[in-house]
Design a protein around this ligand. Sequence first.
Ligand code: MTE
Ligand code: HPA
Ligand code: MOS
Length: 748
Amino acid sequence: MKNIDSHSHVRGESVYLDDVPVVRGTLYACVFDSPVAHGKLKSINTNEAEKSAGVVRVITAKDLVGENQIGGIVPDEPLLADGEVHFQGQSIAIVVAETEELARKAAKKITVEIDELEPVTDPRVAAANESFIVPPKKFVLGDTAAAFANCAHIFEGRTEQNGQEHLYIETQGAYALPTENGGIKIYSSTQGPTAVQRAVCRVTGMPMHKVEVDVQRLGGGFGGKEDQANAWAGICAVATQLTGKPVKYALHRMEDMRMTGKRHPYSSDYKIGLDKDLKIVAYEATFYQNAGAACDLSPPVLERTLFHCTNSYYIPNVTATAYCCRTNLPPNTAFRGFGGPQGMFVIESAIARAAERLNVTAAEIQKANLLVDGDEFPYGQKAESEAVTSWTQADEKYDFTKLYKESDEFNASSKYFKKGVAMMPVCFGISFTKTPMNQARSLVHVYTDGSVAVSTGAVEMGQGVNTKIAQVAAKMFGLDIGEVKVHTTNTLRIANTSPTAASAAADLNGKATQLACDAIRNRLFDVAKDLVEAASVDDLSLEQGFVFRNGEKTTLDWNSLVMEAHLQRVNLSEHSHYATPGIGFDWTTAKGHPFAYHVYGTAIVGVTVDCLRGRYKIDYVKCCHDFGTSMNTAVDLGQIEGGIVQGLGWMTMEEVVYDRDGKLRSNALSTYKVPDIHSVPKEIAVLPLETTRENLAIFNSKAVGEPPLMYGIGAYFAIRNAIKSFTDCSPEFDCPFTPEKVLMNLYR
Ligand code: MTE
Ligand code: HPA
Ligand code: MOS
């Protein structure tokens, strides 16, 4: 079953923010942002900008009617800088003009007087200054100190991980329209319509029932629009409030790259202890998260790092500590994996270090420590593990020994090209780690012509969630998918939504849709029972557009049933609520059962490094992946391939560069390299894990949005292995492994 958007996508007919028809009188906003990373804002001179052609208004912090605050977790993020600036790219003033060009032209005429202060860009420096956004967080299992005392082998080290630009194809933006009696309607490119609604209400001082947020779809979000769409919606809303006119702002690529936060860079320390049989007995990790200048989503990202600090392994003694460090970079934010990948990179580095010192392959250590059923995670939950099954099934299919041997044989006879192989097991927890967020609602209408309209809190951002939701309704009513239309995500139809994030949108909103359809179906069965003379409603089902009785098709079709029900004044609409059962987490003890389930998988990654030039090719990523029971193979394979390539990009070529002044140097696509068609592995093989286990996913179809990204981490270690077969050096754990860095390691 194809993605329902394929047809309009390839014809260029899908509607994004910039395709919403603009009404007459619309004005355009442009932000003037801070040219320095840290300083006292002495004055803002807007005179020239105000006199500039087409300018209607220039807005600064003092003009705001509501609160100058958009920080969702910690109130540390003004909409417009006031008194101080904390990062280059921080919004200071909004220019509102008759056209986009005139707004941008006028913004260039604003000048500011800033007394510069020393910027901090390094999280370890921030930590030394005790500049933390929230207090440190810690997970403890067993007793590491006692365990290290009895370890046969102990290795310690440090890892560095860089950030990642989201590079959604559609940049951030919003369009605000005044509605009657002082209301505002916002079109926003956001993963979190309710988050936008709250932020808009806060900065305008309006109540939530007067603000409508509508989202058709995003040209990608990848976490970058979970929280960071709020500012642009707030800016447009404030401008609409102050001018009475519709206001639109769609960022240019360089504005977006400069002004928005990215994946969090981390600097981390690890200490790993093994016994003589390669069992990991103890593990200590300390994570310094570069949060940037404001809280944003950094604390839950940091928590997810802790939740994933042991990846797919059972380690009986763990102490993991995490610091949320405030620096003068744009506030870093959610990015596919949400801190999980950062936690996994560190344990994989520790294992790689242990392996090279013990002269075994990392795979031997990885395999010896895979989670099995009942093993306890450092946060108390017990594993229902597919770590071993995914490893064995991948091995049976791909033959790891053969792949390692091929690589070794190639290396024996090749002087300047070297191959490297690495295994990457993944175990990723599904649910928002903040339990209250695991709820969703769905509104289903069956119209009298038999067609079905569904609205949920899920936002379509290319991941295919609308296709899955349409499938749920179609399946529940026994209809063709063409009979179901999934509508925009709108805060008037669905209130108090959680953002579309944590890979949980299809589960949460799909389950809510299933409940809504079930309620309507039950009412329809009551009507159908008499019409088809069934003994009980339990004998009825809906299939192929007909009522079936005891598995046999009757003459009663869906459309007739629906019309008859309507004539009998039966309700053909339902609004349902779903909340994931059985989950919870207690931060006072740092123990609980935060995840509905885990997604498992094992990948083997092979690369070839050109040892004269430092360039490399990813030859293959072959994985056995736990889909549960996939609802939609095409959509899920798309998520796996996209996730893997995005993970490879983060690990190999994407390099976010800020200079010491906190200025983004990789500020355009000419200086920030993302994977293209040539960097995609020559082979991506995906084997669905065979399992019959039940789970809490919609129709048993496990979440697929984020976990595959982490297979990409294997590429780092495969490249590292290739380098090690060329020289004796032991490369630092410092990602991404750009060709420059590879070359330096080859000839260190
Ligand atoms: N796939 C596409 N094409 N575009 C995106 O923006 N975001 C990813 C993932 N896959 C994304 C994507 C992220 S970060 C998440 S959390 C999930 O999709 C969210 O959607 P889901 O909950 O429906 O899986
Ligand atoms: N994942 C993704 N987004 C989130 C989470 C999470 O666990 N918590 C809050 N936002
Ligand atoms: Mo995804 S990082 O949870 O939006």
